[in-house]
Design a protein around this ligand. Sequence first.
Ligand code: DC
Length: 224
Amino acid sequence: MNKSIVIAVDGTAASGKGTLAKKLAAHFGFAHLDSGALYRLTALAVLNAKGDPRNEADAVRGAQSIDLSLAGDQAIRTDVVGQAASQVAAIGAVRQALLDFQRSFLKSPPGGSPGAVMDGRDIGTVICPDATAKLYIDARPELRAHRRWLELKGMGIARDEQGLLAELNTRDAADKSRPISPLKLAPDAALLDTSDLGIDAAFAAALALVSPRVEGALRDRHRG
Ligand code: DC
């Protein structure tokens, strides 16, 4: 059986990695998984059960009871859930509980697709170190906070931008400094800073960075 083609998209909070991952998946006809949604669903399950996201037993119970049908739900997009997601994500047993799902998604992408795009924090470093192509997306914190502010506003949630900036910085620092699967640039990942790029320009840049490897892998598959 052919090995599936994988594009790993890691990066900081609200860097635009999710949007880029979705667009890359649509471009190549690949499946897409937002791995952050798995941690957010875990956090939501813990919060709904009145548990503590920092408590291992509560968090693991949350990871074991996630409802994937809520992955597209706005309830997981709030910043309260984002912070709690970062807390459950620092627990090794939670990451372990979510590992198989992510690896099987990449091994056999749904719909018989030849490839998958997965975005998160540890996709190119831990989940799939031999990914076909790897991107690391970042942007200046002030811009990311502004984008998140606009996104929340669109959801009818009014937030103070400075407060959002402080939360993003705290969350990034926690995600980068945790001992297990921290967010870091994989040695073979291409760094893309989207600070000064609109969505179309950022997508064009992302595509230019991954295309040579992905097109090469697609050609190999057709030959093989
Ligand atoms: O990408 P996001 O903002 O939806 O992710 C929410 C949190 O989940 C993030 O702060 C850290 C955690 N996460 C992780 O640790 N590993 C991943 N692969 C994806 C997300």
